[in-house]
Design a protein around this ligand. Structure first.
Ligand SMILES: *[C@@H]1O[C@H](CO)[C@@H](O)[C@H](O)[C@H]1NC(C)=O
Ligand SMILES: *[C@@H]1O[C@H](CO)[C@@H](O)[C@H](O)[C@H]1NC(C)=O
Ligand SMILES: *[C@@H]1O[C@H](CO)[C@@H](O)[C@H](O)[C@H]1NC(C)=O
Ligand SMILES: *[C@@H]1O[C@H](CO)[C@@H](O)[C@H](O)[C@H]1NC(C)=O
Ligand SMILES: *[C@@H]1O[C@H](CO)[C@@H](O)[C@H](O)[C@H]1NC(C)=O
Length: 334
């Protein structure tokens, strides 16, 4: 029996699909919690594909955004424009304000202070519950100018802006893919006179305006005025526009920035058993076959009454359990 078992396991190992893009054991994730009903939460995955159904924050959650919708956006919808308020796959009917909108990718928009475009409802007082943590920024600078991006100059430096977890995960990916100098995020205060970046410096929004790429080489004079016509913007300096370094940073953000997953598949017991059987099925069947034939012969004659009763009781218990689980499906995930 043993050689067969080894063979089956080896076959499974060879034929299982190539899993993630990278072999990361503890995948970077952000939990978006919106309810006190249980510990289940929707998850935002680095490299995740997004999509799936949206969910509504329930009335009894005492969450500040009760009734609003979360999730549903796909990764390929992640790119916005140079205008704040861009990058919403849905809930963008009123381009002039972000107040009252839902959260297609799981996070809230950036807060620029002074209720700019109705965003005071996402201000720093709510950073304590912002998915991914408070707003931070980090400099994105090459370890060595001109290497490996031949035309990147000494002053070609970018800033990313977003929640703490997203910025930290992105920094790890930049260090890996774009030869960027590691830098820990710092608190972003849009009202501070010392803030390294301002609204005018942003040249690309992502993920429903919850994440931004900026450069002090860029000054978008339309940033505060072109609210309703988000197509207008100052042109990017050629150095930024045609920079292969900038393109590396941009494509890493587009591919890796955490976005909200589909709701989890509620895995039934039968599925788990199915998987176990799929792996060990053949040896189990052979062994069980011999044993059963013998045992059946012995037992069925002796214990037919008790067996029926035991089976009935097990059935009853299974039915009761299924009913209980169906009852608990209320907000199984928020
Ligand atoms: C939640 O509240 C809104 C308005 O406050 C109401 O229209 C809706 O019916 C409520 N939903 C439930 C399930 O109570
Ligand atoms: C944030 O907005 C609330 C109103 O939504 C306001 O009471 C509070 O003072 C604001 N805090 C800051 C830091 O702007
Ligand atoms: C952008 O340009 C305007 C006017 O040209 C200037 O007042 C403003 O300070 C600049 N902003 C930044 C962030 O450089
Ligand atoms: C925005 O577009 C409207 C027409 O749709 C136009 O009247 C208005 O002047 C534009 N605003 C800016 C700031 O360009
Ligand atoms: C930088 O190099 C890339 C190719 O490596 C090229 O497409 C781009 O035009 C260059 N940019 C500048 C400003 O020379």
């Amino acid at each position: 029996m043993r050689p067969l078992l080894v063979l089956v396991i080896a076959f499974q190992a060879l034929t299982s699909p190539a899993s993630a893009k990278l072999d990361v054991k503890n995948k970077p994730q952000i939990r978006a919690t919106t309810s006190f009903a249980n510990f289940d939460a929707r998850i935002m995955d680095h490299w995740g594909g997004g999509g799936g159904a949206t969910w509504t924050i329930s009335n009894d959650s005492v969450h500040p955004f009760v009734g609003r919708q979360f999730g549903g956006a796909k990764r390929k919808q992640i790119a916005g424009t140079r205008a704040f308020g861009s990058g919403y796959p849905w809930d963008s009917d009123n381009a002039a304000t972000l107040s009252g909108r839902g959260f297609p990718f799981g996070t809230w928009p950036i807060w620029w202070g002074n209720d700019f475009m109705g965003t005071d409802e996402y201000n720093s007082t709510k950073d304590t519950i912002r998915p991914g943590g408070q707003l931070v920024t980090a400099p994105v600078q090459l370890i060595k100018a001109g290497s490996p991006f031949t035309n990147a100059t000494e002053d070609e430096m970018y800033y990313i802006l977003g929640d703490t977890q997203s910025v930290t995960f992105m920094m790890i990916s930049f260090v890996t893919w774009c030869h960027v100098k590691p830098a820990w995020p710092t608190k972003f205060d849009p009202l501070s006179p010392n803030t390294p970046i301002r609204l005018e410096n942003v040249f690309q929004y992502y993920r429903a305006s919850s994440f931004a790429l900026a450069s002090t080489l860029y000054n978008n004079t339309f940033a505060r005025t072109s609210i309703a016509n988000s197509t207008e913007s100052s042109p990017l300096p050629a150095q930024v526009e045609y920079s292969d370094y900038r393109q590396c940073v941009d494509s890493v953000i587009s591919n890796a920035l955490p976005v909200m997953n589909k709701p989890p598949l509620v895995q039934k017991k039968s599925v788990t058993y199915g998987i176990i059987f799929g792996i060990l099925g053949i040896p189990m069947l052979l062994t069980a076959g011999y044993l059963l034939a013998f045992a059946w012969y012995c037992l069925s004659t002796m214990f037919s009454g008790p067996i029926a009763r035991v089976r009935e009781s097990a059935d009853r218990k299974a039915r009761a359990k299924a009913e209980r689980e169906a009852g608990l499906a209320y907000e199984a995930f928020p």
